[in-house]
Design a binder for this molecule. Structure first.
Ligand SMILES: *Cc1c(COP(=O)(O)O)cnc(C)c1O
Length: 380
């Protein structure tokens, strides 16, 4: 995979030998003869909205990473989610969504799908083969997130996919956490692997991006649906994501190692009630993670013993290397308090303290641990 990431989507011979695909800014594409204009439906590039050599190169690279038949690019990760959901929406349809799904996925269900007449059930992410009991005649899509946002429970992907396939129901997995590098959902029979390219693929906190990598037989329909919606991406953004992907392998290995170090250290601290990181042997999802993943990324959670907000602020405001802000997957570390209970309806989240989400970046883990140690000391 490391080698593929360096070479996928590159054709220097097509553009003066330059190593990287150029940024093609284009709306109108000219055809030199009437015959070629008449046949433009077959041309690989025919109109900017339909894709440029830059966006096609990124599609090819993501398809190689995910083992996909083809990839649909979107301007954000959220749009990759909404396009996948909408492609299966019709009045009377029923979706299954994990109760720990990324917040905006939940909001889309309430605010867009429900008024369209789509019904949905939020399922316990640890349900495993029990998902079969929630399937209805009308079930049209099963969503999976591995691990779930904020709380990091690990689903039994194989059991869910098996139940879905027995009934011919498509599955979509939000694969943002693994960056597509540590988990290849399509090889497990998942229909769509959805990612926010905003996170690890681009890797530098400077671009919004999303993608839907489609399994065998699923690409043509998804591509046509997204094209009908007018979904397209800018060439500068596609270029940045492609550039990030060239170093994905080395970055992910570093995130894996450093985050495990920080997580194991946090587990030893008296201020910390619990660490949610499936790569830790103590984590309830560890066996499932070991079975299906080849590594863990830099994002995980932990729970601090109850702490009044002003004291939490003393810890947070004095951190040197951890930023406070949305998103993750860049080279830099982040730390924010979270409130997962707000984003649940069929399961509960009562960890008995303040939930936190940490992104371990590419800094020296010794510096990151020292900064956190000083922060925890300020809690007292
Ligand atoms: C950030 C994120 C998204 C959305 O990506 P955007 O590019 O911010 O729209 C989707 N899924 C998960 C799990 C995420 O963390």
């Amino acid at each position: 995979m490391q080698t593929t990431l360096c070479h996928a989507g590159r054709h220097p011979e097509d553009h003066s030998g330059a190593v990287n695909v150029p940024v093609f800014h284009a709306s109108t594409i000219l055809f030199p003869t009437l015959e070629q204009l008449d046949a433009k439906g077959d041309a690989p590039v025919r109109y900017g909205r339909r894709g440029t050599p830059t966006s096609h190169a990124l599609e090819d690279a993501v398809s190689a990473l995910e083992g996909a038949e083809g990839t649909v690019l979107t301007p954000s990760g959220v749009m990759a989610i909404t396009v996948t959901l909408l492609a299966h929406a019709r009045p009377g349809a029923h979706f299954l969504i994990p109760d720990n799904a990324y917040g905006p996925c939940r909001h889309t269900c309430h605010e867009i799908l429900k008024p369209m007449g789509v019904d949905y059930t939020f399922y316990d992410p640890r349900i495993g083969a029990g998902i079969a009991g929630l399937l209805r005649e009308e079930t049209a899509l099963i969503w999976i997130e591995a691990p779930g946002s904020q709380t990091f429970e690990m689903p039994d992907i194989r059991a869910i996919v098996e139940a879905a396939r027995a009934r011919g129901i498509p599955t979509a997995l939000d694969n943002t956490w693994s960056g597509g590098f540590f988990l290849r959902p399509l090889s497990l029979g998942v229909t769509y692997s959805v990612q926010a390219g905003t996170k690890y693929l681009s890797g530098h906190s400077d671009v919004m991006s999303g993608m839907i990598a489609c399994g065998a037989g699923a690409h043509e329909r998804m591509k046509a649906f997204a094209a009908r919606l007018g979904v397209c991406v800018g060439p500068d953004d596609a270029y940045l994501v492609l550039r990030g992907m060239r170093t994905l392998a080395v970055r992910m290995r570093q995130h894996h190692e450093a985050a495990l170090q920080v997580a194991a250290w946090l587990e030893t601290r008296p201020e910390v009630l619990r660490v949610m990181h499936p790569g830790l042997p103590s984590d309830p999802g560890h066996a499932l993670w070991s079975r299906d993943f080849s590594g863990a990324s830099g994002l995980f959670g932990f729970v601090l013993a109850p702490v009044p907000r002003p004291r939490l602020a003393r810890m947070m405001d004095g951190l040197r290397f951890y930023g406070m802000g949305s998103s993750w997957g860049g080279f830099e570390s982040l730390l924010i308090p979270t409130d997962p209970a707000k984003l649940r309806s069929t399961t509960s989240w009562n960890p008995g303290g303040q939930s936190m989400r940490i992104h371990v970046g590419l800094e020296d883990p010794a510096d990151l641990i020292e900064d956190l140690a000083a922060g925890l000391a300020r809690l007292a």
